[in-house]
Structure formats: structure tokens, C-alpha cells
Design a protein around this ligand. Structure first.
Ligand SMILES: Cc1cc2nc3c(=O)[nH]c(=O)nc-3n(C[C@H](O)[C@H](O)[C@H](O)COP(=O)(O)OP(=O)(O)OC[C@H]3O[C@@H](n4cnc5c(N)ncnc54)[C@H](O)[C@@H]3O)c2cc1C
Length: 401
């Protein structure tokens, strides 16, 4: 009977885990270990692009890639992790319950937006967190065309001025004008708790965000949280009201609920604490990767963020190290000293920064050229050819954006 490396999730962390595990097994000519990946779809859903209007190209098929490298794909959704019994219970595509055994498990089930218990939020607020929710927002925006012209119809409130909120808001004037006409009097308002435009992203980048917002006509309401969402807009804690037919929620994120099923320490986002090889602290056969892992990136106290930049490198390490553990060979400790940010700023361009303090390096068109490369090439799966795909999964390849 073959030993099993089981991976839950086909996002950046899961896909790269699968490839890097196969790569190491291949190098040691170990045909007695199988790599199985469980996820609802054999596709990489490129979440960093869900603020865009064209969602068709944000989904990359993984079936041919898994076939090329010999990863067994199982379609389903994990419902229970039995760490002691080394098995995962899941619902298959038909809704039936089934189980998969593992010798090593890699949890790569990602994260989701964390909506607070606010009145009206679930009924009336959209988000750009998943393919389905981004599609719903798209359908709603298209539907505005058939509504009578009014200030509320032409207004989008984006709640949250962090990374996702800024990208969503700065893209929105062009999206609205494409639907409502180039002369439409569109309003895009970011509601943020901060005291300054873009302050959540750090001092150095904030002035760039402010300049882009001004140019695009995106305005900010600062210093007060939203207290209620309804069909016609949002109410702020300070009593102010904004009439808007569209409210997009971007505040807060939490790790996949599957993290709760594994005994171990968790950070404020629910991510599992892992060692330098990405094994969950206190577990002997379970690894966490991508947005489910609270992992040190260096020896200076920095930790991975919930970004695909980190999830790609984490995946290449976790797969390699789970395989190394089974093979009894030395692992390759995870390390990702370089950190960059590339923030899309709609028709204004983009801003590219380096370092944890986000030192601005490129802005405008130059920034946008890098953002386009990242969003259309660098974060997509490798070609579905065995040699190319396995070479790309080397955990020592630096991820630069
Ligand atoms: C709008 C937006 C913009 C972003 N912009 C950027 C950016 O510019 N740069 C950047 O670096 N990052 C960005 N991110 C963050 C980035 O998308 C995430 O950090 C990244 O997707 C995490 O990868 P992951 O593999 O851990 O999880 P995910 O990509 O979320 O993948 C999780 C996988 O697990 C599967 N899964 C979940 N639950 C189960 C279950 N119970 N059973 C089986 N499978 C399951 C899912 O179907 C999916 O296949 C952005 C995110 C969003 C939403």
C-alpha cells in the first residue's frame, strides 16, 4: 500500500505543495508515495484579480497539470480532520460523505473575508473575496444600467481602505462608466477607520494612494466605522448616512474554519503556528501553508502575510518538507526575506514598493506594468508539462512579487 501525502485546497498554497512534493519524490525515485489533492474544483482561482470586471481569465484549470505530474485529484470539500486517526472526512461532488487516509496532511484551505455581525451586512453588502461573490457584484453592477438615474444608483461605497478596498475602489470609476456611460456622474466613496487616506498601508505609500484617489475622483470618509447597511446605503457610527445602491465589504479576513479542527496555537486571524518547515507546532504529521499558516519569514520577527506572494513560496516549502519527512531526508526550511507590495490604482496606474516599510520604488504606468505581469503571468500555474512544472516547484526559487 502506498503512503499518502494529502493536500486540502487547490489555491496557491495547495497547488505548489502538490508540485513540490512530487518534485522531491521524483528526485528520490519514490513511486511508493502518492500525492492526492482534495478541493471543490481542479482549478486555481486567482483571488488577487477578483476586483476586476473580467472574471473569465481569473480561473486557471489544474486538471491537465495534475495529470502531467501524477497528482491524484479528488473533488470534494473537507468537513472534518481526524488528526489521531490520520484521516479527512469530506463531501464529494454528489454530496455523499467519504474519507481519505493520510501519512502527511497539508492544510491549504486558504481564508475568507470576515464579516462582522452588523445589521444588513449579509443581505446588502457585496464582496470580492471569492469567484462567486465577485460574479454577484458584477451582475449587480451590470443591472444598474436598467435603474433610473439617481445619485444612489451612481454611488459605490467601499467599506475598508486596506489593500483590497483600495484596489476595488480605484478600479470602480472605470467599471461604473463602462456600464453607465462615460458622462455618468459616478461617486466612489471609501469608508475607513483611519485618520488619513491609505494609512492602513503605511506612511510612505499613503501619499501615492491619496494622489491616485484624487485623480480618479475616489473620495474617503475617514475615522468612523459603518454601523449598518441597508438596501439604500450605509449608516456610519458618527450618524452620517451615505445613499448608495452598491456597498462592497472588504474589511477583515480569517483563516479557513478547518484550522479550528487541529490542536495547536493560532494567531488573531486563526492561522496555525508552524515551525520553520511549516509543520504545525505540536503535530507530527500535519503541515499548514498559505493563508492557514502563521509562519516566520526571516530571523528578524517578520511573519508571512495572507498574500499569494507568501502562499506560493509557503506551498513550495510545505510540499517539499512533507515529502522530505516521509522520505527521511533533510527538509528545506521556509525563508522569504524579500517582501514587496504591488497595489493596483485603477486607471491612475499602480504603486510598487519594497520592504516591510513599503518604500515606494515605482508608480503610475511603470508600477502598472509590473502589476499586469504579476496578475496575468507570474501568479498563474506553470505549463502542464512534467519537467517544466516540477522545476518551477523548487522551494529555493525566490518569489519576488
Ligand atoms: C480581492 C483580493 C485581492 C488580493 N490581492 C492580492 C495581491 O495583490 N497580492 C497578493 O499577494 N495577494 C493578494 N490577495 C490575497 C491572496 O489571494 C491570498 O493570500 C491567496 O489566495 C492565499 O492562497 P491560499 O492557497 O492560501 O488560499 P486560497 O487561494 O484561498 O485557496 C484555498 C483553496 O482551498 C480550497 N478549500 C477551501 N475550503 C476547503 C475545504 N473545506 N475542503 C477542500 N478544499 C477547500 C478552496 O476551494 C481553494 O482551492 C488578494 C485577495 C483578494 C480576495
Amino acid at each position: 500500500m502506498k503512503q499518502q501525502i494529502l493536500i486540502i485546497g487547490a489555491g496557491f498554497g495547495g497547488m505548489w505543495s502538490a508540485l513540490s512534493a512530487v518534485r522531491l519524490l521524483d528526485q528520490h525515485e519514490r513511486l511508493d508515495v502518492a500525492v492526492t489533492l482534495l478541493a471543490p474544483q481542479a482549478e486555481l482561482r486567482v483571488r488577487p484579480r477578483f476586483y476586476e470586471s473580467d472574471l473569465v481569465t481569473t480561473v486557471a484549470p489544474l486538471g491537465p497539470l495534475f495529470d502531467a505530474v501524477g497528482v491524484q485529484f479528488v473533488q470534494g470539500s473537507a468537513t472534518r480532520i481526524d488528526a489521531a486517526g490520520k484521516r479527512v472526512i469530506y463531501r464529494d461532488a454528489s454530496g455523499a460523505q467519504a474519507e481519505l487516509k493520510f501519512d502527511r496532511l497539508i492544510l491549504a484551505s486558504g481564508s475568507q473575508v470576515a464579516r462582522p455581525p452588523l445589521a444588513g451586512i449579509d443581505r446588502f453588502a457585496f464582496d470580492v473575496d471569492s469567484l462567486e461573490s465577485a460574479q454577484q457584484l458584477n451582475i449587480h453592477l451590470q443591472g444598474l444600467r436598467d435603474k433610473p438615474d439617481s445619485q444612489a444608483r451612481n454611488t459605490v461605497v467601499v467599506v475598508g481602505g486596506g489593500f483590497t478596498g483600495i484596489e476595488t475602489a480605484t478600479e470602480m470609476p472605470a467599471r461604473l462608466r463602462a456600464i453607465l456611460g462615460s458622462e455618468a456622474d459616478v461617486r466612489v466613496i471609501v469608508v475607513d477607520m483611519g485618520k488619513q487616506v491609505g494609512s492602513a498601508m503605511g506612511e510612505q505609500i499613503a501619499s501615492v494612494i491619496a494622489e491616485a484617489s484624487d485623480t480618479l475622483g475616489v473620495t474617503w470618509k475617514l475615522g468612523s466605522p459603518v454601523s449598518m447597511v441597508d438596501e439604500h446605503g450605509v449608516q456610519l457610527d458618527n450618524g452620517e448616512r451615505i445613499e448608495a445602491s452598491t456597498v462592497v465589504w472588504t474589511v477583515g479576513v480569517k483563516a479557513s474554519p478547518l484550522t479550528q479542527q487541529i490542536d495547536g496555537e493560532r494567531d488573531a486571524f486563526g492561522r496555525l503556528h508552524v515551525d520553520r518547515n511549516l509543520k504545525v507546532l505540536g503535530q507530527d504529521a500535519i503541515y499548514a501553508t498559505g493563508d492557514t499558516a502563521y509562519a516566520a519569514v526571516d530571523d528578524r520577527g517578520n511573519h508571512a502575510l495572507m498574500t499569494c506572494q507568501h502562499a506560493i513560496a509557503l506551498g513550495r516549502s510545505s510540499g517539499n518538507n512533507a515529502a522530505a519527512d516521509l522520505l527521511g531526508v533533510a527538509p528545506t526550511p521556509y525563508s522569504q526575506v524579500k517582501y514587496v507590495t504591488c497595489l493596483d490604482l485603477g486607471a491612475w496606474g499602480a504603486v510598487f514598493t519594497e520592504g516591510w516599510e513599503r518604500k515606494v520604488v515605482l508608480t503610475g504606468k511603470e508600477g502598472k506594468a509590473i502589476k499586469t505581469e504579476i496578475n496575468t503571468k507570474w501568479i498563474y500555474p506553470p505549463e502542464a508539462k512534467r519537467e517544466i512544472a516540477l522545476a518551477a516547484a523548487d522551494p529555493l526559487i525566490p518569489v519576488v512579487a
